[in-house]
Ligand binder design. Structure first.
Ligand code: FAD
Length: 310
């Protein structure tokens, strides 16, 4: 068994594995796909001290850093079930899709999240070529340009307010007849001069030309008419789904399916910690995930020195 078993190989998991291994304790990391969301990212400009890098380059650097230590890396392994230790300080078991099972005296869950997609033509084709999911990451790329935000919940309206300060014009499209965001956010959004709000608007296609987004097609659900908006960017803000389907019923999750953690990164199960986008910690970013991963590993180490029973 491992002293620290990390599940998930994105920034949070990589950081947890490095911090654990540096304590000289046996560490394993199992990931469905090492690198996580970073592997799907183009330019990264907000990893402090690295003014610019690209996803695949950062993934290679993370992997190389983990390999500096005695960490058992198990890539292409999907966890399917967590069986918590019967008593505090006992071994937790994680069952894998391939039938094998791993054991850890502590576990760090860092399985991340995925953006809910619109599922319309053009979205996949123009991903990273105008279609974006993270305003904190990609907002500045659209300085002075016209963008759409799809989704009128809190994240969509926050994104639209944020983007309105950077880009030239924002069109917010909400499928329902009213936005779902908190009133205070809606009020703020309506006060902005360079924002147009379209409700009962169903986005049907992201259009493009020459390998770049040039607009968005939507249907007005009250009239059934189809319209085209010319713009350079589309921010999809219809939800971030935590990868916790496999944990339901075994660990305490928020109403959004995120793993509930305390300030030390500990979950509802003693000895099981969690970090990164999969948790209730707000603001889903690389630098935050790395920090949270190191915190979870240090908490796991602390747990081990206080609960060494057998
Ligand atoms: P993830 O990166 O999601 O990694 C999760 C890991 O868990 C992966 O290895 C995955 O394969 C694995 N996993 C999932 N389920 C299982 C399972 N059941 N069993 C085993 N393994 C599993 N942030 C920034 O700070 N700057 C940016 O510029 C930026 N740009 C982005 C661009 C895009 C297109 C996207 C999608 C995200 C971007 N982000 C950016 C957000 C950033 O990528 C995430 O905040 C960060 O990757 C979260 O790290 P994580 O380790 O928590 O999770």
């Amino acid at each position: 068994p491992f002293e620290v078993l990390v599940i998930g190989g994105g920034p949070a998991g990589s950081s947890a594995a490095i911090y654990a291994a540096r304590k000289g304790i046996s560490t394993g990391i199992a990931a469905e796909r090492f690198g996580g969301q970073v592997a799907d990212t183009m330019g990264i400009e907000n990893l402090i001290s690295v003014p610019y890098t690209e996803g695949p380059k950062l993934v290679a650097a993370m992997e190389q850093h983990v390999k500096e230590y005695d960490v058992d890396i198990m890539n292409l392994q999907r966890a399917e079930k967590l069986i918590p230790a019967a008593r505090k300080g006992g071994l937790h078991e994680v069952r894998l899709a391939n039938g094998a099972s791993l054991k850890g005296r502590t576990v760090v869950l860092s399985t991340g999240a995925r953006w809910r997609q619109l599922g319309v033509p053009g979205e996949e084709e123009y991903r990273n070529k105008g279609v974006a999911y993270c305003p904190h990451c990609d907002g500045p790329l659209f300085k002075g340009k016209r963008v759409a935000v799809v989704g009128g919940g809190n994240s969509g309206v926050e994104a639209a307010i944020d983007l309105a300060g950077i880009v030239g014009h924002v069109t917010l499209l909400e499928f329902a007849s009213e936005m779902k965001a908190d009133d205070v956010l809606q009020k703020k959004l309506r006060s902005l001069k360079n924002v147009e709000i379209l409700t009962s608007a169903q986005t049907t296609e992201v259009t493009g030309e020459g390998g770049k987004v040039n607009g968005l097609q939507y249907t007005d659900r009250t009239t059934g008419e189809s319209h085209h908006v010319s713009l350079e960017g589309v921010f999809v803000q219809i939800g971030l789904i935590p990868n916790t389907e496999w944990l339901k019923g075994d660990i305490e999750l928020s109403q959004h399916g995120e793993i509930i953690v305390d300030e030390r990164g500990e979950t509802s199960i003693p000895g099981v910690f969690s970090a990164g986008d999969v948790t209730t910690v707000p603001y889903k970013q690389i630098v935050i995930s790395m920090g949270e991963g190191s915190k979870a590993a240090l908490s796991a180490f602390d747990f081990l020195i206080r609960n060494s029973v057998d």
